[in-house]
Design a protein around this ligand. Structure first.
Ligand code: GLO
Ligand code: MG
Length: 344
């Protein structure tokens, strides 16, 4: 299936061993190099990284060693004809980030989070991308009284300003999420992310990564979140997936729960020329735990195919009939037009 001008990406963590909070791994771990070889076969050209996906055990290495390792990874990407899309500092596994990274109550831990973010920038530069993604996993609270929400915002802004001062070219795409692992996180929605950017030293360098499931968990429609970001020219990447209501973050195959909701995400992107912005169509999807190892990449190729098939549906919706029904305010008619078109 032709990519229709879109560039698709995913992160190596999306090919995974299937552990969940209640059970161990169910599939063998696949080495990073083997994963890289899968990308093109599955129809993908972009690789999303956590900093330590590119440079494992980076906390034990010097800055120069980190840059050398990342440069070697860039060579591998080139060999496979792949591009690094972004790098995200993984600030949620180290003991120093138990109470958050930039918003930790311990100044030494906050410093660790900032130092690690600067190394993440070094890695991004070596991999040939200027995009950093901020999934603010533990920047929130389990109990309201443990942190001050106003000061937390200021601390995240300070961290971003330090990163901007360190490197004049990087951009940061905040990936909002309302909860999990925290009870509440500080930047739960697109609006929060863009508004936080306005407090930094250079708002033009702060955008968003909208994940479908995260918007749904916030009780919002992902396509409207995308529309909001597009109105600000801030939609710098997406994490498409699906989510079955207000549960844990499920990261299901794109469109697998609500095809029409997926249709509207594809539609808002395509209507506003997302393919021409240079941004990639990122997927953040977990294979079902029950999936056997030899078919545990189907969630990725299927999601891409569903995107492309919905793209075709979006482009072939009868625009004249749509306009007439809107003009007549016959929204029941419009509903049926869309449903009939999706049912084919
Ligand atoms: C978890 C997030 C996570 C991030 C990834 C990149 O809920 O979606 O998968 O997208 O770590 O920062
Ligand atoms: Mg994500």
């Amino acid at each position: 299936m032709d990519n229709q001008g879109y560039v698709f990406s995913f992160g190596p963590w999306n090919i995974h061993e299937g552990a969940d909070p209640f059970g161990p791994t169910v599939r063998e771990s696949i080495p990073f190099n083997t994963k890289l070889a899968e990308y093109k076969k599955l129809g993908f050209d972009g690789v999303q990284f956590h900093d330590d996906d590119a440079v494992p055990k980076m906390n034990d290495l010097s800055k120069d060693q980190i840059i050398a390792e990342a440069t070697a990874v860039k060579k591998k990407l080139d060999e496979h004809g792949l591009k690094a899309e972004f790098v995200a500092p993984r600030l949620w596994e180290d003991p120093r980030t138990i109470d958050g990274g930039y918003t930790s109550n311990d100044p030494a831990c906050r410093q660790y989070a900032i130092d690690r973010s600067l190394r993440c920038i070094d890695i991004a530069k070596a991999l040939g991308t200027d995009l950093i993604v901020f999934w603010l996993a533990r920047e929130g609270t389990y109990i309201r009284e443990s942190k001050d929400s106003r000061d937390a915002v200021k601390k995240i802004v300070e961290a971003i300003d330090t990163m901007f001062a360190y490197d004049k070219t990087i951009r940061i795409a905040i990936e909002p999420k309302p909860n999990e692992p925290m009870d509440h996180t500080y930047i739960p929605t697109t609006g929060h992310a863009i508004a936080l950017g306005m407090l930094t030293s250079d708002a033009s360098r702060v955008g968003v990564n909208i994940e479908s499931a995260h918007a749904i968990l916030a009780g919002l429609d992902p396509s409207d979140e995308m529309g909001f970001a597009l109105a600000y020219d801030k939609l710098w990447t997406v994490h498409l997936n699906d989510q079955n209501g207000l549960k844990f973050d499920q990261d299901k195959t794109f469109g697998a729960v609500d095809l029409r909701r997926a249709f509207n995400q594809v539609r808002i992107l395509d209507k506003h020329g997302y393919d021409k912005t240079g941004s990639m169509v990122g997927l953040d999807i977990k294979a079902m735990r029950s999936q056997k190892a030899d078919v545990a990449t189907k969630h990725l190729s299927n999601s891409r195919e569903i995107f492309l098939r919905l793209l075709e549906k979006s482009r072939t919706l009868d625009a004249k009939a749509e306009a007439q029904l809107i003009a007549a305010r016959d929204y029941e008619g419009l509903e049926m037009l869309v449903i009939n078109h999706l049912l084919g």
